[in-house]
Design a protein around this ligand. Structure first.
Ligand SMILES: [Mg+2]
Length: 311
């Protein structure tokens, strides 16, 4: 549809009637969360109204997040707490949930999963019925004397704020077996915190293991297509041409949209700036074109006027 408006890959700032036309033309809206609809525990001004209005106007809204730290049921309460009162659990696709689906339905892993990750990952594996190894090393255990389970058939890496050298070492040992799957919830390098601080993301843990094992992880989260496949397998009639992917990070959200054949929109309330998008657009290196959004808005609150005379 963007082609019809002449905006495909143009990184075009849109407003007013152009936004209204786009919202009317699309049936499926995929939103990244952090930097798009909220910053941590604060909703972006106007975002709850935008999301609730889209849902009330019969649009299909999904959330695709690489944040694997909380299970989907915790997301539902967060959505509600921040004012997104119309969001249901079925609309939320997190990298931990999709990793569990991948292990169960695609890899059909026979045996246990060794997890580097936090409770969000474990909870989703438990919900999906994917067996994983519970950590039970004594405090003085080292890689020289710890137990290694012969049942481990997959290593799953995600954000882990309790990462230890022993966990890394054990995962590296399991990955010596070429039959052992190597999966990462996502490959995000870092996440912004307040005051210019950052939080290292899952990507840096995956990188450590890739170096130690000499192998490449299969990445489940954006920009990989798998989350979109999860959505289309659970909801009928999800046509890429009818979808808009809205995100704040070119290298994950916009690339994900491009990889899945969706129109893409960058919102400037998060990580990426319009100058970076324009640099990709003007670059001679053709793979960079997949990182160029079709549309740019300052904030998704720019959608609000489109609903005003309809509500
Ligand atoms: Mg984001």
């Amino acid at each position: 549809m963007a082609g019809a408006f002449g905006f495909k890959g143009s990184c075009q700032k849109i407003r007013g009637p152009e936004i209204r036309n786009l919202l009317e033309a699309k049936e499926f809206f995929l939103f990244d969360c952090d930097g798009v609809i909220w910053h941590g525990e604060n909703a972006i001004t106007g975002a709850p109204k935008v999301v609730n209005s889209l849902i009330r106007h019969g649009k299909n809204v999904f959330f695709v997040t690489n944040n694997c730290t909380r299970p989907r049921e915790n997301y539902v309460s967060k959505f509600y707490r921040l004012g997104f009162t119309d969001v249901m659990q079925e609309q939320i696709f997190s990298s931990s949930y999709c990793s569990a689906l991948y292990l169960r339905d695609v890899a059909k892993v026979q045996g246990k999963v060794f997890v580097i990750g936090c409770e969000g990952v474990r909870k989703e594996l438990r919900e999906a019925g994917v067996p994983f190894l519970e950590e039970d090393d004594p405090p003085d255990a080292t890689i020289y004397n710890c137990a290694l389970s012969p049942d481990v058939k997959a290593v799953l890496v995600g954000h882990d704020d309790k990462l230890t050298f022993l966990k890394l070492a054990k995962a590296s040992c399991y990955l010596r077996d070429p039959e052992c799957l190597f999966l990462a919830t996502d490959n995000d390098p870092w996440h912004p915190l307040r005051d210019g601080r950052i939080l290292p993301g899952s990507g840096c843990l995956t990188a450590a293991l890739e170096v130690a094992s000499g192998r490449k992880a299969t990445v489940i989260g954006k920009p990989s297509r798998f989350m979109f496949e999860c959505i289309s397998s659970q909801f009928r009639g999800v046509d890429p041409a009818q979808c808009l992917m809205v995100g704040d990070r070119l290298e994950t959200d916009v690339l994900f949209g491009s990889n899945c054949g969706l129109d893409t929109m960058l919102t400037l309330t998060g990580v990426s700036q319009i100058e970076e998008a324009e640099e990709y657009r003007d670059s001679e290196h053709s793979p960079n074109q997949s990182l160029v959004p079709d549309y740019v808005v300052d904030t998704i609150a720019d959608f609000l006027p489109a609903f005003e005379d309809q509500d």
